[in-house]
Ligand binder design. Structure first.
Ligand code: DGL
Length: 272
């Protein structure tokens, strides 16, 4: 048994969708969530920059004596998971790409699947690699949807602007011959995109299963804690929020992602 908190980090508030799933799955665990809001977005930056940012965020959490690191950011997971595992051992590191790929492969029958992610995640090919490790015959269409991050941050999850953006980005998934989607499953491969899930589902219709990595990441974290004997004995854990930019915006936008209000006084401003 280990009462220490689990460290979770993201480029900003998007990873709160993952934190929410972690808390639902493990209510007894405590979490320290770090949002690197001062340097958001990661998704349009190069791999070396993102790796450096991820290293700094993880080091900060390790200095707070967390028992595990969860990279609740697809872009950072895509470029830094192995790097952090090597450097932080024996602290376990869990990313969101493998769990997202597992959720996607479990959802497809036709093996024609799609990944929606940031440009950084798409260009590294991390989802394709993870998917082909699970389902070698899968055909993957990856689409970089950078604007979705801003839409989610603005809270514009529905309405004409969100619908137009979804139509523009997802059009390549529609077969010109049949007018129907060419895939039967899609993963929202970015922490912000679950906010736009309804708009994506409405555009693609009922024959495409839309999944995200939050639930499967929570299951992976739970399994890892059990395997290493790191589970807490507590019935109720707590959450500490850290942000590299202004706590006010973190609390305001974060509420959209975590689905409950966040008090500004509960957010500690830090420098990395
Ligand atoms: N957290 C990032 C991800 O999941 C999205 C936001 C960003 O670009 O920083 O890829």
């Amino acid at each position: 048994m280990d009462q220490r908190a689990i460290g979770v980090f993201d480029s900003g508030v998007g990873g709160l969708t993952v934190l929410r799933a972690l808390r639902d799955a493990m209510p007894g665990e405590s979490f320290v969530y770090l949002g690197d809001t001062a340097r958001l977005p990661y998704g349009t930056k190069g791999p070396e920059t993102v790796r450096r940012y991820a290293q700094q965020a993880a080091a900060h959490l390790v200095a707070r004596d967390v028992k595990m690191i969860v990279i609740a950011c697809n872009t950072a997971s895509a470029v830094a998971v192995e790097h952090l595992r090597e450097r932080l051992a024996p602290v376990p590191v869990v990313g969101v790409i493998d769990p997202g790929a597992r959720a996607l492969c479990a959802a497809t029958t036709t093996k024609h699947v799609a990944v929606l992610a940031t440009p950084g995640t798409v260009s590294g090919g991390a989802y394709e690699a993870a998917i082909s490790g699970i389902e070698p015959s899968a055909t993957v269409t990856s689409l970089a949807c950078a604007l979705f991050v801003s839409l989610a941050e603005e809270g514009w999850a529905s309405g004409p602007v969100a619908e137009a953006a979804v139509r523009a980005y997802l059009q390549p998934l529609i077969s010109p011959e049949t007018g129907a989607p060419s895939v039967d499953a899609l993963v929202l491969g970015c922490t912000h995109f679950p906010i736009l899930r309804d708009a994506v589902e409405t555009f693609l219709g009922p024959n495409v299963t839309v999944v995200d990595s939050a639930g499967t990441t929570a299951r992976a974290v739970k399994a890892e804690l059990r395997k290493r004997g790191l589970e807490t004995g507590s019935a109720q854990g707590d959450v500490q929020f850290l942000a590299t930019d202004e706590p006010g915006r973190f609390a305001h936008v974060g509420a959209i992602f975590i689905g409950e209000s966040v008090a500004v006084s509960d957010v500690e401003r830090i420098d990395l």
